[in-house]
Each structure stands twice: as structure tokens, then as C-alpha cells.
Design a protein around this ligand. Structure first.
Ligand SMILES: C[S@@+](CC[C@H](N)C(=O)[O-])C[C@H]1O[C@@H](n2cnc3c(N)ncnc32)[C@H](O)[C@@H]1O
Length: 181
């Protein structure tokens, strides 16, 4: 695997994406405000929407300039990053283990008329031996893993991604790693 030195570029934020970010932030806060018994996910942490917009645009421009990539997010949370990828024109799928978050992401997709696919389940082969989507077709993966999942996700990428595919591992704020298979 090759580590890519990305130049973080600035892209204007469309108003629809700005509204989408606010919507998903509020929905994420709402989840955190409920206890687990109440259907909430108190420890849920979401990627920064504005940084994700710049990051995805920079990655596509610099690493996959010759095509409209097929996108997959591992652990899609509120759906924000997958919806941003779809808004950019990519065929985009989010996979998420928490069913309530999948419901929320599908609702947002409908409300904003942004056509992304959200699949409920675990990304790990130990939980789902048959992959939930065909990874052979995916050009660009995105994940914001819990710290204890970083190695598992890199290993999964090594195992399932095709040569040339890109993995963006986001670590909060302006911290991220871009890898090419
Ligand atoms: C740090 S949050 C990031 C959410 C989203 N990617 C974002 O950037 O806003 C990690 C997400 O991964 C999900 N997750 C954890 N383990 C998972 C698994 N085995 N399969 C699918 N999703 C998982 C969590 O429920 C959570 O929504």
C-alpha cells in the first residue's frame, strides 16, 4: 500500500451541502443527547462536514481525476459523508452497524433528494462473511474509525480493495491519511 501526500485544497461549499451539514450535525447531536436505553448513541462522533467536503474534492481531483469514482463509507453514521459523495456525482453507499443511524441517513437522503444507498450491517467478515457490496467496483473508501478499529480497517482495505483503490481514513479535525492499494 502506498501513502499519498494530499494537498488540502479549498472548494466552494454549495448552499445545499451547507444545509445538509447543519441538518446532519443537529441529527447527530440529537442521537448523543439520548441515553442508550432511549435509543441514543451517547458516544457517536461525526466527521467535520466542511472539512469532509474539501477532503473528498481534493482526493478525487488529485487521485482519481479520470473517472467519477464509486464510493463506499465504512461506518456511515448520520450519512453525511456518503451524501456529500453522492452530491458530488459519485455512486455512493454507506454501511453502518446501528440501524437507527441507517434509518436517519435514508430519511435525510429522501428529504434532500440526494440518491445514496445505506446498508445496515457490519463491515467485518467475521460478522458478515459475504461482503455487503461488491468491493471490486469501489474506487474510493472513506472511514472515520474508532481508534481500536484503525488497524482492522486498513487490513480489510488490503484484503478487499482492488489495485488502485483509495482509502481515506479520517481522524478528526484536519487529520487524515490517504492510502492507495
Ligand atoms: C466515529 S463514527 C463516524 C461516523 C461517520 N463516518 C462520520 O464520519 O460522520 C464511526 C461509525 O462507525 C460505525 N461502526 C462501528 N463499527 C462498525 C461495524 N463493524 N460495521 C459498520 N459500522 C460500524 C459506528 O456505529 C459509527 O456510526
Amino acid at each position: 500500500m502506498e501513502k499519498i501526500d494530499l494537498s488540502f485544497e479549498h472548494f466552494n461549499l454549495p448552499e445545499k451541502v451547507n444545509l445538509l451539514i447543519q441538518h446532519c450535525n443537529e441529527a447527530g447531536d440529537e442521537f448523543c443527547s439520548h441515553s442508550e436505553e432511549d435509543g441514543g448513541i451517547p458516544e457517536f462522533v461525526a466527521a467535520d462536514g466542511r472539512i469532509s467536503w474539501q477532503l473528498l474534492n481534493s482526493v478525487v481531483k488529485q487521485t482519481l481525476p479520470d473517472r467519477t469514482p464509486v464510493f463506499c463509507e465504512w461506518g456511515s453514521g448520520t450519512g453525511l459523508v456518503t451524501l456529500i459523495a453522492s452530491f458530488m456525482g459519485m455512486s455512493a453507499t454507506g454501511i453502518e452497524i446501528e440501524e437507527d443511524l441507517i434509518d436517519l441517513a435514508r430519511e435525510t437522503s429522501r428529504e434532500y433528494a440526494i440518491p445514496a444507498t445505506f446498508i445496515h450491517g457490519s463491515i467485518y467478515p467475521k460478522d458478515n462473511p459475504t461482503p455487503l457490496i461488491n468491493y471490486q467496483q469501489v474506487d474510493l473508501f472513506f472511514a472515520y474509525p474508532w481508534p481500536n478499529q484503525i488497524t482492522h480497517m486498513s487490513n480489510l482495505f488490503k484484503r478487499v480493495a482492488v489495485e488502485g483503490a483509495i482509502l481515506v481514513v479520517y481522524h478528526g479535525g484536519h487529520n487524515y491519511r490517504v492510502l492507495r492499494r
